[in-house]
Every structure is written in C-alpha cells, then in structure tokens.
Design a protein around this ligand. Structure first.
Ligand SMILES: Cc1cc2nc3c(=O)[nH]c(=O)nc-3n(C[C@H](O)[C@H](O)[C@H](O)COP(=O)(O)OP(=O)(O)OC[C@H]3O[C@@H](n4cnc5c(N)ncnc54)[C@H](O)[C@@H]3O)c2cc1C
Length: 545
C-alpha cells in the first residue's frame, strides 16, 4: 500500500484499497478507454470525502498532484468515470434517500443511489424523476447529475438538470458548499465571504460579466446540450445566481457532489402510444417537426431506422417476426402521451394520427400496457444490436451522442448514411429523434490498429456534420475524453478559453478528473483506447440505449 493509501485508510471511516483486482475493475467504464487508478476509496460519508480532497489539496500545494475521479456505476460512455490516482466510489455506502418531502415532492439523495431504486421508492408515492436514462437500472443518480443525463421522457420533461434543485459539493480545498438559486441579496453575501467559496463566486461572476456576449453566442437551438460547461444558466437577468447548472453536467471536473436535491413529478403509469412506419427519413422528419408544435406535447418521441430492423432480424429473427410481415419500413417513430386524463390522451392521439396519416405508411395505436410493451420492445431492439458481436467486430460507443436542430434532421441523417457508406461501415440508427439526438454505433474491431485510426477519423467527420447543422457533439452522454477534444472546434477558441478559466478557478491544481472534458486532445486520448470493448459488466440487465 502506498503512503497516500495508508494515510487515507488511517483517517477515513470508509475503506481504501490498492488491490490489483479492484484497480483492474475500476480501470474501465463503458467507453473505449482504459486508465488504471492507483487506489479506490469507498467513502462512508461526506467527512471522508472532505478529508480525501483536503489531503489531495495539501499534496498539490507541495507539488504532488493526485487526481480524484468520482464514480457512480461506471456506465459512462465518454471515458469520464476512469482516471489515475484516487477513484471515489459512491454506490458502496453513499446510496441513501436522505429525505422525501411529500408536500413539495422534493427529494434529497446521496449520489451513489441507483436511479432505478430511487424511482421505485418514488413510485410508491406516485412520484418520479422523469429524465430517467435508459441505463437507469444499473447506474446512479450522481452519475446522471454529473453527466446531465437524459432519457426518452426528456422530450417533455427536459434533462436531469431540469430536476436538480440544488447540490452539496466539496470544493478543491475540501470546503463544503450548498448550491441553489440565490437572490441578488444572497449572492452579495456570498461575494463577501473570505473563504474559497467567496473567491469562486467573485471570480465566476467576473468571468460571466466580462464574457456576456461570447456566452450568449454559445447557445444552440437544441433541447439537450452537455458540451462544455453550462455558463448561460448561472446568472439570470434579474441578478439571481446559481452554481447548480455549472456542476450539473461537469463530469466531476469542478468538485465532488455529496448530496442532490431533486424535484419530482406526478407519476402516472397510464399512457397511450403510437408507432408509425415511414418509407423515408424525410417523411419521419416532417412528422417529428409537426409534433414539435402540437397542442398536446408527447412525453416521448423515439425512433429506430430500417437498417436497425434488418440487422436485428438477422441477429434474432424471432424478435420482430410477429410485428412485421413482408419488408421492413425505412423508419419507425414511437410517440407516447402520458397525460393523466385518458380523454386528453385519446384526443392527442387522434390529432397526431390525423396530422401524420399522409406521411406514414402505417400507424398502430396502443392503449393498454401490454400492447405498448410490444411496441417498446421493437424500439428496444437496439439492445440486441448493442449486445451483438461478430468475431471481434462490435458496435462501439463512438457516435453515441450528437444532436442537431430539427429543421436539419433529414439532411443530417442523409449525410450520416453517406458517411458510413463512404467508410464502408454498416450503420443502424436509433434514438430520441424528437429532440434530434440519434445514436449510430459503428461496428469496429478496436483491437486492430487500423480500426482504431478509423474510429477517430469517423468521429471527426461526424463532428463536421454536426457543426454543419449548428448542432452539439454532446447531447446527453457528455464530453469526457471522447468528445472533450471537440469542444474548441464546436465553440471556438474564445469559449474554450473561458471553460479553461472556470476549470482553473474551481480546480487550480487540476486534480478533479484531469483529462476529462476540458483541455484534452485526441493525441492524449488515443493511447488510452483499450484493446477489448465489452458491455459485459451490465449483461445482467438488457443494456438499453
Ligand atoms: C447501454 C447504455 C445506455 C445508456 N443510456 C443512456 C441514456 O439513455 N441517457 C444518458 O444520458 N446516458 C446514457 N448512458 C450513459 C450513462 O449510463 C449515464 O450517463 C449514467 O447516468 C451515468 O451514471 P453512472 O452512475 O454510471 O455514472 P459514472 O459512469 O460512474 O460517472 C459518470 C460521470 O459522473 C461523474 N460523477 C459520478 N458521481 C459523481 C459525484 N458524486 N460527484 C461528481 N461527479 C460524479 C463521474 O466522474 C463521471 O464523469 C448509457 C450508457 C450505457 C452503457
């Protein structure tokens, strides 16, 4: 055991280990990268985290930088849940629901709580947190907040950040702060503090004031955007100020989250659903745009394309046998309404059917849970693709994010097909198309040098397409090591310099998740690509996406 691990073990209530087996486990997340930590800490409480961070700060002051990576379940696909130095693993002990206020619906949780478990507990009170990522059964709330995750219901309810009211965070020097929207007067009090917290408020306020016009220009016409730091939502025009949106989606690069206050919504298990078939992406795209302006907003608008159906029918012919006779459509749209009144849902469905009837080749309505289950099974056929491999060739989480404004959706998808055709790669598309967020995992053998080089070429070419339509490279899966190098290209050098300023302000010694999101290049991450990619750790579940 190293001196650092020894010191921590002596001073923490939680466990510290340098075991090779444990470090091997924590050397991977669900990205294509691998980085082995030097030790793993299982904090028992906030005090343990404060001590660990404070110790890292003291070491850094003496010139020794020991990175700290906070970690939930490690399902991150951008390579942000791995790192050298210390892994702080939350699910072991810090997984409690601290409070549930049934009057306001707000709940306070520790970051290591499994998202599915929280959801189950909330369901018993007819509440839920709607932006539930597809990985929710095997990932944590802390990871979802730090990634600003989204799920199918984000179409109506927004990303996890929209439900995050406030946080408790450990800053780089070990100070603990609470975040929430502050009035102008409350902000003034913070600005007067002589602590590191006060310094952070003062300097951040200055950065925001000095760069107002640049920050305004960062905005994209897309509903999900986790690229970079969310600078636009910190200070509002009325002078109110909130650090929460900054920490949400910051992937553990600015501090360690120890407690999360979430809003919840009324949970209604009843819903109504439509599955519509299209013979072109253009027709599907027109339907999606109509939905955007529909009177009653759906709760989810998802898609799979014909290539995915063909691929699934080849891998698992029985899965789609009863759903389709003859040829597959070129695209399928899944539209869900979760209004609590059945009459409203029926009316909404009627409106949609009328509006898209000339665009779709077939429309199926499902009003009861069993029928809906059958339709969702088709949408979730993407799981079959994710878990499939052909010899060493597998679907790789490389192009698993990216979002474009809806008016450009059809042109963008046409370009994606052309890109994959030019790269002689098969492509299957699925995702939250209602928001313009699609996934296209290329089938590659990352064990081979040739495919590894191909992967990065493809990623950069894909990014050019996103930029052509003024979209964002990171919608819900965030930047991490995979898309961090694309930030400067997406936003330009000026904005990237502001991100770096913010990072340095919060983390002057660069020990919170270094090499993630900010200040990272492809040259730095290329050597970290692992030789074997697999979802094996979550095969106990059906890996959804
Ligand atoms: C098959 C599959 C499907 C997926 N589907 C979705 C989806 O539908 N939507 C979506 O948004 N994502 C999806 N993801 C990505 C990922 O599962 C989610 O972002 C998830 O919310 C991450 O949670 P986690 O507990 O695994 O976090 P981790 O992977 O452990 O960590 C994620 C990030 O959060 C940081 N972090 C964790 N805890 C803390 C803390 N306490 N303080 C500060 N930082 C912290 C980590 O450092 C890391 O940067 C999917 C991944 C897979 C493999």
């Amino acid at each position: 055991m190293s001196k650092i691990a020894h010191y921590l073990q002596e001073h923490l209530l939680g466990e510290v280990t340098t075991s090779i087996e444990v470090r091997k486990h924590f050397a991977t997340d669900h990205s294509i990268f691998s980085v082995a930590p030097s030790m793993v800490v299982y904090p028992r409480n906030e005090h343990d985290i404060r001590k660990t961070v404070r110790f890292a700060w003291q070491l850094a002051e003496r010139g020794r930088v020991v990175p700290i990576t906070s970690r939930g379940a490690g399902t991150d696909t951008s390579g942000a849940a791995i790192g050298e130095g210390i892994i702080l693993s939350f699910p072991a002990h810090m997984h409690r629901i601290v409070e549930l206020d049934l009057k306001t619906g707000a709940t306070v949780v520790e970051p290591g709580i499994n998202f599915g478990r929280l959801q189950q507990a909330l369901h018993t009170h007819e509440r839920f947190v709607p932006p539930y990522p597809s990985s929710g059964e095997y990932s944590t709330v802390g990871g979802a907040v730090a990634n600003n995750a989204s799920g199918p219901k984000s179409y109506k309810y927004g990303p996890v950040g929209a439900f995050t009211q406030g946080l408790r965070v450990i800053l780089a020097n070990g100070e603990v702060i609470t975040t929430k929207r502050l009035s102008k007067r409350e902000l003034n009090r913070k600005l007067g503090l002589t602590t590191f917290e006060g310094e952070v408020y003062r300097a951040l306020d200055k950065i925001l004031e000095e760069n107002k016009s640049i920050i305004t220009k960062m905005s994209r016409s897309v509903p999900r955007n986790s690229a970079g730091y969310n600078l636009a939502d910190i200070k509002h025009q009325n002078g109110s100020f909130d650090l929460t949106p900054l920490f949400v989606g910051s992937q553990g690069t600015l501090g360690v989250i120890t407690e999360i206050t979430l809003d919840t919504a009324e949970y209604n298990p009843e819903s109504t659903m439509i599955m519509a078939s299209f013979d072109s992406i253009a027709a599907l795209s027109e339907a999606v745009q109509w939905l955007q302006n529909a009177k009653v907003q759906p709760s989810a608008v998802e898609m799979v394309d014909g290539n995915l159906l063909q691929l699934v029918s080849r891998i698992n012919p029985n899965l789609l046998k009863t759903a389709f006779t003859g040829t597959f459509p070129n695209a399928l749209l899944f539209i869900e309404f979760d209004d609590s009144t059945e009459r409203h849902r029926k009316k909404a469905v009627k409106g949609v059917v009328k509006a898209i009837t000339n665009l779709a080749t077939k429309i199926t309505e499902a009003h009861d849970a069993q029928e809906q289950g059958k339709l969702w099974k088709i949408r979730h056929a993407s799981s079959t693709v994710l878990a499939h491999s052909e010899e060493r060739v597998k679907p790789i989480p490389l192009i698993d994010d990216g979002i474009v404004p809806l008016p450009h959706l059809a042109a963008f998808i046409t370009d994606v097909y052309a890109l994959f055709a030019a790269s002689r790669l098969q492509v299957a598309l699925w995702g939250s198309v209602g928001e313009g967020n699609i996934h296209a995992y290329p089938f590659l053998d990352i064990d081979s040098l040739g495919d590894r080089q191909r992967a990065f070429r493809l990623l950069e070419q894909y990014q050019q397409l996103i930029l052509k339509y003024r979209g964002s490279n990171s919608a819900s899966r965030n930047d991490g090591r995979l898309r961090g190098p694309l930030l400067a290209v997406q936003y330009g050098d000026e904005v990237n310099a502001i991100f770096k300023q913010v990072k340095t302000l919060f983390d002057p010694y660069n020990f919170f998740n270094p090499g993630v999101k900010i200040g990272v290049t492809f040259d730095q991450v290329r050597p970290l690509v692992k030789t074997h990619y697999s979802l094996d750790r979550i095969y106990g579940h059906m890996p959804r996406s």
